[in-house]
Design a protein around this ligand. Structure first.
Ligand code: PMP
Length: 419
């Protein structure tokens, strides 16, 4: 481990945001001559030294392909890769390591389920129920499946606050519903969905449930056994880990009953030109050389977050959201989009007379990084009658002072546009 760059603040008694900020080297820079205020965390989070150093160490000293070689480095890399799987299992409290499939990210996890579960468990006329607030990655795979199989996509609507209309959701659950695929937290609005209830209702109707956890795992503790969801998907890069690595959790009996998603090395037991048998879980779903160092880096991110404590992180981000909501609502001409009673650290808004892209550009000149646009949720934008919003999204390293900078920069945008 490279001792020069390690700045891990292990054993913090209280949540010390300044100590946490010191763990993230990217936060030290200036942008356009201003201190960087990074509020684009829902798109991707910055990386702590713990992750950067782990990745560097593995490429420097421990790198080899996994599961194939008998040599020392390969065994060491394989052990670290499988240890990362164990960390993910513990992180979401899955029952067994083999229920953790490494994929590229949430998008690939959902596509895996659509292709494999779709092929083996769904047929023409079967219904898949999603919500109006889904990310495109939890819409388009089901449409592609519909084109192939003739499955039918049903969509549960949201109210003006951006909350799922549970009555409508329940009404849409029917005898043909085979799968419910719902985001835990909306990336565009911040709404936290009542997934416990959604899962219970879906199961009562004999449907399986996939939860898109891309926006929830960085902010809240997840227990897939307590939830009893059938699939849970998330991405490493939003969880302070590397890009290109993500996780599909699936219940063992389901994953066992599903065919491979891709064919190739790693996923086979025996191959001949007439017949191939497949490897055990999870390898059956991990064709080809995996993102070895990505998985190990994700394990390091999980270690880091667990040392700080997910509850402490959630508390800090809830406080930031409450503060930001109050500050932003105070600005005349600013309208929040997404005012659900239960929200995670996302503030989406519109400014009268200023296009969202112009807001984003002006904030950038203040060093404030936000996202402006449709947030890969075009149907949701249509529901709210807008083409996009400006979105500030908070992470464990953000501060109240940064939200003040955001508010000041918004005021400046209004002045520039004569509002
Ligand atoms: N679902 C949600 C709710 C998301 O926020 C995102 C990322 N914006 C995704 C899915 C897709 O994640 P990825 O691009 O990492 O596959």
């Amino acid at each position: 481990m490279n001792g020069n760059t390690q700045r891990i603040n292990i054993g913090r008694d209280a949540f010390d945001v300044e100590a946490i900020r010191a763990d993230f080297p990217a936060l030290r820079q200036t942008v356009h001559g201003r201190a960087l205020v990074f509020l684009d965390n829902a798109a991707s989070a910055q990386k702590p030294f713990r992750v950067i150093d782990t990745v560097r160490q593995y490429y420097t000293d421990d790198y080899a392909n996994v599961h194939r070689g008998l040599h020392y480095l390969s065994e060491r890399a394989s052990d670290a890769f499988e240890a990362a799987r164990g960390k993910v299992r513990g992180f979401i409290n899955a029952r067994e390591d083999c229920e953790i499939v490494f994929v590229r990210g949430t998008t690939e996890a959902i596509n895996l389920v659509a292709a494999s579960f779709g092929q083996s468990h769904l047929k023409a006329g079967d219904e898949i129920l999603i919500t109006e607030m889904e990310h495109h990655s939890n819409i388009v795979p089901w449409q592609l499946l519909g084109e192939r199989l003739g499955t039918v996509l049903k969509v549960a609507p949201v109210n003006d606050a951006g909350e799922l209309l549970m009555d409508e959701f329940e009404r849409l659950l029917g005898p043909r519903t085979r799968l419910v695929a719902v985001t835990h937290v909306s990336n565009a609005l911040g709404t936290i969905n009542p997934i416990e209830r959604i899962i219970a209702l879906a199961h009562a109707h004999g449907a399986r449930v996939l939860i898109d956890g891309a926006q929830s795992v960085p902010h809240t503790a997840v227990d897939v056994q307590a939830l009893d969801c059938d699939f849970y998907a998330f991405s490493g890069h939003k969880l302070y880990g590397p890009t290109g690595i993500g996780v599909l959790y699936g219940k063992r009996e389901l994953l066992e009953a599903m065919p491979p998603y891709q064919g190739g090395g790693e996923m086979i037991r025996e191959v001949s030109f007439t017949r191939t048998t497949y490897a055990e879980l999870p390898h059956k779903f991990e064709a080809g050389t995996p993102h070895i160092v990505g998985a190990i880096g994700l394990g390091a991110a999980i270690d880091y977050l667990q040392e700080i404590g997910l509850e402490a992180i959630a508390r800090h981000e809830d406080e930031l959201l409450a503060y930001a909501t109050a500050r932003l609502q105070d600005i005349p001409g600013l309208r929040m989009v997404g005012t659900a009673a239960r929200k995670a650290g996302i503030a989406s808004f519109l400014l009268d007379g200023v296009h969202t892209h112009d807001v984003g550009t002006i904030l950038d000149r203040h060093g404030v990084a936000v996202r402006a646009g449709h947030h890969c949720a075009m149907p949701l934008m249509t529901r709210f009658g807008v083409s996009g919003t400006t979105r500030a999204s908070f992470a464990l390293y953000n501060t109240r002072a940064e939200i003040d900078t955001l508010a000041g920069a918004i005021r400046h945008a209004q002045e520039l546009f004569g509002r």
